[in-house]
Design a protein around this ligand. Structure first.
Ligand SMILES: [Fe+2]
Length: 373
């Protein structure tokens, strides 16, 4: 097996310490005094935004942009880019969940880019960015703090796709488990299942290497150990979950993913399903689909989670109270969903080849099943 991916891209600095995010703006001002801070409504409402700003260095000139909520869109990115370009920042920072991170990352990445964000979303070549990006995740899920990828939906076309460039990598990642406190249970569940899915799909991917397998298996073990307990309110396991999510992000960034993410993007965009929930509901079906293509890896996963891997994914959804947003709904636009699923880079990395009939069958399994898996 190949030991290393063709190209290894890691954040230059990752800090793991409770309370570290409170000092984030000091790190940011090492890159210049003017900055854009992106966060969500809940971070502001909790009073943590004020605490962060109160703790900024005297010279720091920080302008805050509040993400409006929901999955990240190109239109939100354009609003943020317009705001940021007014203030000519030296850096961009994000404190938030995956949506906040993806929007802020794309803002830093495209701040000085000459074309429209829609052009890059449509596939135009992205120039390197020189704008430093700093990030502190407030959910344990997407692993976006460790990747060069920003996943955005164009609400005008309904297309959900990723944009990426090596220069999108965060300069400084802060894994501060205190930031997970107060996260609503349904977000802990959905984002945690996104992390678990990413760890499993990276491990099973055609692009897997020894390094990504090592990281992904450790991520599966950490998430298995911590997700149900953090969901139940155990704050001591927050750091374990946050670490698992981060490792899954590093793994997926180098190994790619699989059919779950191939399906979750077109389904999430059409059915307004949160990404983590869509992944969670697809995961048991995908594991059953892939089982015979990767018997050794499937057994290893089952050994770590102490039961059959597909049954485990199914049971975890039930334990976390996740209900399918697809079950019982009319499956509309099947041919387009199948086409988008097959065109996805994630699907191409799936360990078992996915035919149009396979994708259609998986869709029927999702839409014809019971809401509570
Ligand atoms: Fe994901």
């Amino acid at each position: 097996m190949t030991v290393l991916p063709h190209s290894l891209l890691l954040p230059p600095e990752t800090q793991t310490e409770r309370g570290a995010a409170l000092h984030m703006l000091k790190s940011c001002t090492a890159f210049g005094t003017r900055g854009i801070l992106v966060c969500g409504h809940s971070f502001r409402k909790s009073g943590r935004l004020d605490a962060l700003l109160d703790n900024r260095p005297a010279a720091a000139d920080v302008h805050t942009w509040i993400h409006p909520g929901g999955e990240p869109t190109l239109q939100q990115l354009d609003d943020l880019l317009a705001f940021a370009r007014e203030h000519t920042p030296d850096w961009v920072a994000a404190v938030g969940g995956g949506s906040v991170i993806d929007i802020a990352k794309a803002c830093a990445g495209l701040l000085h880019a000459p074309k429209s964000s829609a052009a890059y979303h449509d596939g135009a070549s992205i120039p390197a960015s020189s704008v430093p990006f700093m990030v502190a995740p407030t959910t344990a899920g997407t692993g976006s703090e460790a990747t060069i990828v920003s996943v955005l939906t164009n609400t005008e076309t309904g297309v959900k796709k990723s944009i990426r460039h090596p220069s999108f990598m965060a300069h400084h990642v802060i894994l501060d488990a205190d930031l997970l406190t107060g996260c609503p249970k349904e977000i802990v569940a959905a984002s945690g299942m996104d992390a678990l899915t990413q760890a499993i799909e990276s491990y099973c991917s055609r692009g897997a290497t020894w390094l990504t397998d090592t990281l992904a298996l450790q991520a599966v073990a950490l998430i298995h150990d911590s997700l149900p307990r953090v969901f139940a309110g155990d704050t001591e396991k927050q750091e374990v979950l946050l670490t698992g999510s981060y490792l899954a992000g590093v793994a997926l960034s180098h190994a790619r993913l699989g059919i779950v993410h191939g399906l979750a993007h077109p389904l999430g965009a059409r059915y307004k399903a949160p990404h983590g929930l869509a992944c969670a509901i697809c995961l048991p079906h995908a594991l059953a689909f892939n089982r015979d293509a990767i018997p050794g890896k499937y057994d290893r996963l089952s050994h770590i989670v102490e039961m059959d891997a597909a049954a485990y994914a199914h049971a975890m959804c039930a334990r976390l109270g996740l209900q399918s947003p697809f079950a019982g709904q009319a499956l509309e636009g099947k041919d387009a969903i199948v086409a988008e699923t097959l065109a996805s880079g994630s699907t191409k990395a799936n360990p078992r080849e996915v035919t149009p009939d396979d994708a259609a069958l998986l869709l029927h399994q999702l839409f014809d099943s019971e809401p509570n898996p």
